[in-house]
Each structure stands twice: as C-alpha cells, then as structure tokens.
Design a protein around this ligand. Structure first.
Ligand code: AN7
Length: 354
C-alpha cells in the first residue's frame, strides 16, 4: 500500500501537462490538513461549517511551494541556470529551497526591512543570494521582471504562469477533502496570485467533472495595503501582515475576475482585526499561522458578525503560512515567560499550589 503523499504534480498528474511526475523537482508539497474550527464557530451568531486549510504545513511553511514545484521543474527542464524573484519573504524561502533541489542559483530581491526573520533565515540557510533593495516589494518586483526579461535568469514570482498553475492544486485538495466545493472560500490577498489560482483550480476541477457547485471567492486585503478595494495603487502600503504589504498587485485583474465571476468580493480588514483572528486561532484552535494568513479568518469573522450568513454554510479559510515564519509578531503582542528562581516551591506557586 502506498501511504506517502507524492507532491501535487504526481497526485494531480492529469491536471499538469508537464513535467513527467518522475522528473519533477519536489519536496512532496501539498496534501495539507483541512481542519474544522469548531471552537471559533461556537461564538458565532449562527452555526456553520468552518475549516482552515493549513498551508503552513507545506515543506517550506507556505502555500508558495505548490507553485514553486512546477515553476522550478519547468525552468530546469528549459535549461535555466538561475532563478530570481522579488518577495515579501515566502516566495524567496520557497524558491531558495526548490532551487537547491534543482541545482540552480537563486537570487532573491526583498524590500527594505519588514521581512520576517524566519523567512529571511530560510533564504539564507538554502544559500540564496539575498539582495535587499532600499524600497518596497512593488519596486523589487518591477526590477526583477525587467532583469528576467533581458537576462538569462528565470523569474519565479507568480507572474510566471507555472506558479499559478501549480497553486490551483489547493482547490483540488479542498474538494477532495470535503467531497464538494465549499460555499465560501476566504483567503488573504497580496499580489493576488493565490486567489486567481484557487479560482482557476475550482473551475478546472469542475470542468473535469470532479464537482458541481463553485464557491464564492472572498479575497481579504489589509486596510493599509488594500489597492484592489480602494481601486488605486497604494504608494506606501503599511500593515502588520508584512507578507501582504503590497501596493500594486500583479494579478489585480485576476482577483477582480475571481470575485465577480464567483459572486464573491474583495474587502479589507484592519490590523487589529487581523491580530484578533491570529490570536483566536492560536489560543482557541491550537493553530499557529503568520499574521497575513489570519486576514482570511478576520474577513470571515467580520462578515459573520455582521449577520451575512444564515447558517449551515460551508466555509474554508486558507491559512497561507506558518506562524513560526514570524516569531517576532508573538513577542510584540504578548508577555513572554514567567521568570522564577530555580526552586520547586516557586514553580508550584505559579501553578497555584502554594
Ligand atoms: C503568508 O512571498 O507575495 O495574493 O513575495 O506570503 O498570492 O500574493 C507572499 C504573499 C498571503 C498573498 N499569505 O498571496 C511573497 C508574497 C502569505 C503570503 C500572501 C502571501 P498572493
């Protein structure tokens, strides 16, 4: 009996024309848990089925691995020698790891500061060359797009269609896990590749006869970095959710199309709402995601509390990245350990046994 998940290209081979699953560059990404959030549901005005798709369980700790396996496999097959990306952190972590497996050099261009420590550590430990530009993600992306169009380095940002093709697999898995599509799918929106890809995934799965209904796609931006909601580029995006601190999303139109065609919406939540959802997940559900990921749940909670659901709906929130990516986010908002002298009595008194 085969018990090992083989990675998205092998598991969903009919949906990927190439590469041959035998030659794919993979860390066996995908196959992530879909976990019910029953404790959070208890406090809602109406009962419904709420699930988190735990993308932090991917090999490098974020959903980016789903697209990276395909993008790197195809770049390597085309004879690429080097990869490049701009990143708020997770794309660079994933590119660095998959680049190692493909034997390619990796260059990552990151914005000034604001990249969480865990993500930076990943790029460094996998020996990527990390170039920090004195500017924003949007500027970094403009630079790498230009460099890749004129020089022999393969661009692995989500403007690379191979990335989006791979990221469709999250929708395949959700349908396989639920037996059908959810009614609503909430997810954080930064560069808007993931909402575009997830929607394409549902449509591809339906076209293949694997499901009937389609979900409403609910994209959630951070208020301080909400260009799609505002309808214009944000010159100085600012949010605690550093992963989605993006003012000019590359897949802007894809997000609008997904929301319109699915009967969904793109909306925004405040940093306070993001952090509330982040702490609810960690303290009520035992799930540790990074702040940007909690935007999906924050967006859902906002609607649920406003009475937008009648009860019985099936709702999925994508939690895009692992909480360990950004440990500083914890220490910024919560007290650390209790310090006592090294005596049993001291520990017992903290336990309330004194
Ligand atoms: C945890 O790594 O853009 O809307 O350069 O890391 O598809 O961009 C990361 C984005 C959500 C937004 N959650 O997804 C990058 C990068 C997490 C993320 C998003 C990102 P898109």
């Amino acid at each position: 009996m085969r018990t090992t998940w083989r990675g998205i290209v092998a598991e969903y081979a009919p949906f990927f024309g190439s590469p041959d699953p035998a030659s794919v560059v993979t860390l066996q990404e995908g196959g992530t848990p879909l976990v019910p959030l029953d404790r959070i549901v208890r406090d809602l005005p109406v009962p419904l089925s709420l699930y988190a798709k735990i993308e932090g369980a991917n090999p490098t700790g974020s959903f980016k691995d789903r697209g990276m396996t395909l993008a790197v496999s195809r770049a390597a097959a085309r004879g690429a020698r080097a990869l490049i990306c701009a990143s708020t952190g997770n794309t660079s972590a994933s590119a660095a790891a998959y680049g190692v497996r493909a034997g390619l050099r990796v260059f990552v261009v990151i914005p000034d500061g604001k990249i969480s420590r865990g993500k930076l550590a990943q790029a460094i430990v996998h020996r990527a060359t990390v170039i920090q530009v004195e500017g924003l993600f949007d500027q970094a992306l403009a630079i790498v797009r230009e460099v890749a169009s004129t020089h022999p380095v393969a661009l692995v940002n989500s403007v690379n269609p191979d990335r989006l093709e791979g990221q469709r697999s999250v929708a395949f898995e959700i349908v396989d896990q639920m037996g059908e599509a959810p009614d609503y799918h909430f997810l954080p929106v930064g560069n808007a590749g993931n909402i575009t890809a997830s929607w394409a995934g549902y449509n591809a799965y339906r076209a293949a006869g694997r499901m009937a209904g389609l979900p409403r796609m609910m994209g959630i931006q951070a208020e301080g970095a909400a260009p799609i909601v505002l309808g214009h580029v944000v010159e100085k995006p600012e949010t605690v959710a550093s992963a989605i601190r993006i003012g000019n999303p590359a897949s802007w139109q894809g997000a609008l199309d997904a929301a319109r065609d699915s009967g969904g919406a793109i909306s925004s939540v405040s940093d306070e709402e993001i952090l509330e959802a982040y702490h609810l997940l960690s303290s009520r559900e035992g799930i540790f995601c990074e702040p940007a990921s909690a935007a999906s749940l924050a967006g859902f909670l906002k609607r649920a509390r406003a009475g937008a659901f009648s009860g019985g709906e099936r709702v999925v929130c994508t939690l895009t990245g692992h909480g360990l990516k950004d440990p500083d986010a914890v220490f910024r908002s919560q007290p650390a350990e209790i310090r006592v002298p090294a005596r049993k009595e001291e520990v017992l008194s903290v336990l309330g046994f004194s």
